[in-house]
Ligand binder design. Structure first.
Ligand code: PFF
Ligand code: NA
Length: 445
């Protein structure tokens, strides 16, 4: 059976954007920025996106397109008899880790959507949105129902295949999300006290740069947000044929993803300050601030409904790309059907999701890393360690294992001046920057 392919280049673009734009832009971006000083974080984040992440995105997609295989198979095919494929294993492992917590937050989003549908969240619950969130997430099985629902939807799309499932879904999801967020940003800016939030996001407090945690946080966010370093983009690239040019496409994906992050920052921080919420409240941030905004605005109940609907779509278009990584890998090595492979993989991720969810209830005292609960710990390892390591190995692979001719050819950069800049970045600049940021995070530098 021949491998599946995208229907059109636009289909690939939308799917890759769908993978990039997700909970990372709204939920994760806002609490990581909130924890790390706002403006200073945003500046570093954008720097890393331009300098490291977008060039690496091109690198990752081009590996998949050249090899026409999954994340492990691509390394095996392009570098037979070498240990490079181990970096593909890291990718498969990261996929489990990430979807294991991603599905929990996505489940919360569906729950919110449901509560706007029934009208329950249209007015503030008696104890307040913060308490309602805490009560819901600490319940033992209630959140799991929504997580299971989310994983089922993810599996259904992946089972339907690359073109009929993944590509079609993204064509609807993405435009809808953009429109909703832009409207909300205007609303949020209209609040009294909004300017403080805008200042928080756009004027860097320079002293924040002396906090070593900010560098690794910005790097991790850049990788997470662009779906980089675990093979999701590589696998999507493997469904592309050679007649589509890559550099423009990857810049488009990077721009779009940053646009969504900034817009959601403009939605969230003005409201955070206008309502006196602590910007460093961590993962629950958007689940408390947004309903608070919605309650204040005309037709807020409908806005909340539409917003959480869009958030679920954004989460879905990302989760399918995460599930696709191990699905494609198991399909090849065990000769499994797409259906069997995705159901089994999704089920394992759901089990991880149970563990993560209980980390907000009966296992709230379990803190694997420092003071971080189970979700934060898994997120920290995946986003700040595994993804940058995966990206580092991709850069080294194309920068040092490939010849320069092969590298330029794989990225459609042959004979291009920009291509030379890209090559210097992935050969030297990106690997060295990632290493320096690691050393800094370890306290060595
Ligand atoms: N980029 C997604 C987001 O911002 O929500 C999350 C993600 C998707 C991370 C795919 C990693 C990945 F491979
Ligand atoms: Na993102």
């Amino acid at each position: 059976m021949s491998r599946e392919k995208w229907g059109t280049k636009l289909g690939f673009m939308l799917a890759a954007m769908g993978s990039a734009v997700g909970l990372g832009n709204i939920w994760r971006f806002s609490f990581v920025a909130g924890n790390n000083g706002g403006g200073a974080f945003l500046l570093l984040y954008l720097l890393f996106v331009i300098l490291i992440a977008v060039p690496l995105l091109l690198t990752e997609v081009s590996i998949g397109r050249r090899a026409q295989s999954d994340v492990v198979g691509s390394y095996k095919k392009l570098a037979p008899g070498t240990p490079w494929f181990l970096s593909g294993f890291f990718g498969v492992f990261s996929a489990f880790l990430i979807l294991g917590f991603y599905c929990v937050v996505a489940g919360w989003s569906i729950y919110y959507f449901w509560n706007y549908l029934t009208g329950y969240f249209s007015t503030q619950p008696e104890a307040g949105y913060g308490a309602a969130f805490g009560e819901f997430t600490s319940h033992s099985w209630q959140p799991l129902f929504w997580v299971a629902l989310f994983m089922t939807l993810t599996i259904i799309i992946v089972v339907s295949g690359v073109k009929k499932g993944i590509e079609s879904a993204n064509k609807i999801f993405m435009p809808l999300l953009a429109i909703i967020l832009i409207i909300l940003a205007f609303y949020s800016l209209s609040f009294e006290g909004a300017s403080e939030g805008v200042r928080f996001l756009f004027s860097p407090d320079w002293s924040a740069f002396s906090d070593p945690g900010i560098y690794i946080a910005a790097l991790g966010q850049a990788f997470f947000s662009l779906s980089l370093g675990m093979g999701a983009m590589l696998t999507y690239g493997s469904y592309l044929s050679n007649d589509h040019k890559l550099p423009g496409a990857t810049i488009g994906i990077g721009l779009m993803d940053s646009f969504f992050a900034i817009i959601s920052g403009i939605v969230i921080f003005p409201a955070v300050f206008a309502f006196g919420i602590d910007p460093a409240s961590g993962p629950p941030l958007v689940f408390i601030t947004l309903p608070t905004i919605f309650e204040q605005i005309p037709f807020g109940g409908i806005v909340g409904l539409v917003f959480f609907f869009a958030l679920v779509l954004a989460a879905l278009s990302s989760s399918i790309s995460i599930l696709e990584v191990p699905t494609a890998y198991f399909m090849r090595i065990f000769n499994w059907s797409r259906r069997f492979s995705s159901i089994l993989t999704g089920a394992i991720m759901f089990v991880l999701g149970i563990i993560v969810s209980l980390g907000f209830g009966i296992w709230a005292g379990v803190t694997p890393i420092g003071e971080n609960n189970i979700l934060d710990s898994m997120d920290y390892i995946a986003s700040n360690v595994l993804l940058p390591l995966g990206g580092l190995s991709m850069a080294l692979f194309v920068g040092w294992y490939f010849t320069k001719e092969q590298a330029l050819d794989a990225t459609d950069f042959t004979g291009s001046r920009v291509g030379n800049v890209w090559y210097v970045i992935i050969k030297f600049v990106a690997p060295i920057s990632i290493l320096l940021i690691f050393l800094n995070a370890l306290g060595i530098l």
